[in-house]
Design a protein around this ligand. Sequence first.
Ligand SMILES: [Zn+2]
Length: 583
Amino acid sequence: MADQSIQAAVQDLHQESATQQAGAGTRTQMGTNSGTAPSLSSGVALDWINRDIHEKDVMKRAAEQAMLYVNLSKTPINPDMLRFATKDEAAKAGVMPFFRIGQHVRVGVVDASVPEAQALLNRWKGEGFEIELNLCTAESITDAVKIYDAQQMVMQKDIVTNIEESRVSAFEKEIQVLADLKSRVETVTSEEALNLLEVGAIKTGASDMHFEPEEKVARVRFRIDGELYKIFEIDKKIFANVINQLKYKCKMKMNVTNVPQDGRYSFMINERKVDVRVSSIPTQYGESFVCRLLDSGKSFLSFEELGFQGAYLAKMEKLPTLSHGMILVTGPTGSGKTTTLYSLLSRFNTPEAKVITLEDPIEYHIEGISQSQIDESHGYNFADGLRTILRQDPDTVMIGEIRDLETAQVAAQAALTGHVMLSTLHTNGAIESVSRIVNIGLPEFIVAPSLHTIIAQRLVRKLCVCAEKRATSEEERAKFTAQLETIRGVVPDVSVAVPAEMLVAKGCAVCSNTGYRGRLVIVEMITLDTDLQEMILAKASTAKLYEAARKKGMITMQEDGVLKVLQGLTTMDEVFQATNLAV
Ligand SMILES: [Zn+2]
């Protein structure tokens, strides 16, 4: 049996099983990961007939011992179970929790008498759980561990809450005054309450959030610039909900309150990842929590996480070795160019390198980098700031945006005299950026030698794990095949093919029924080599430059989008919408 059909079979079994057990209430949430099963397909060649015989043997043995029996391959495992044991612990002990209501946990077990199994079972009993044993085959455990792996991947991704930009600005409006947080926190779900606090902490530049229960109320404090500030006091009941949400997110044991615990989680804010290290200590009035927000250069998304692939990813990875030249990230507002720029900047940020930025405003603080804020009202503009900065002998300089000739001139001059310059430009495409910068007033003979790489990008929404498969229509097949042919004419080694089934957005609780979760970039990128530099010097038209860039392997943003659609990462709707966004 081919991998694909095993995968399909496992999924079918899941669906079948989920239907059979729909009466079990909480179980309807499980096994909704259709479309995420690639890790189930890792070369498993199951002998279904032998397996069936073995399952029947164990079923019989269970009946003889008056025990329950479970086939874990046919039973969706609630992601909640992943907190009970590590995959290795479970595999080694031949034990797998698969269902829980309150403190009652159903566990599949191969042989409850082996010491590893006993140790795990005793541990859970010690944590106050009531264990119900279900006999299962060793193959069942192996399968469950695989499913567990797949889910853990999904879990790890999902646990990174993405606070969308629109929500952030809404939050920001709501929390002009920090005390306002209190009334908001009291009226929203615990998940939203925690998000509000996260945004509040980031907005105020807090390094830590403290949650401290007192006798009658609980106190929330932020550490800002080294000082602890009381933000508000809340009702202990609301506090308990927020804390449960926090413990869930950072994977602490929910039922343990009397010993210190450590955990961590991440959240996304405006496409930037913030890692949170959480520690708890038991106090007289309940558990007290400190959350350290780690917002350093290290936590910027990798180029791959941002959505760069193939030749473009390789180009990006090479950029931080550059010794001089200008790198421009271009796109309209909301195209994620700042995120890419910061991610790139953080890669230039090594202990030996001096990195300085000039921003308006400073959006993210990065450890190890001197960041300065321009102040037009006091005559400190990009051009002046840049001149000042260049006197400090930096290796890499980032300026927020090239808006005028003066800034462009200083930036180009810096790029020509041994500095790496990073900046953004407000243009549609990579090639158009050349004429844009010439139109600002920078002559071709300066543009040609100073400009190194141009990255033009847009953001598309990523399909949620709930996406549904639908057979590819003949029309789609023809359209995508033609597009792939064009792309292969530019980049011959593209390995993506038109799949038999395409993913369509569906919607679930996780993605607030939008069908999408998170975002990724679609890109076109060009590095100027001598040919292109000479063409710029010769004042070649945008059309001619485009033609030459195609020969050098530049696929367009839309083509990059098509490749991502064919990989099931996003949809054509998204790609069209994003690429029609004009400056
Ligand atoms: Zn969804």
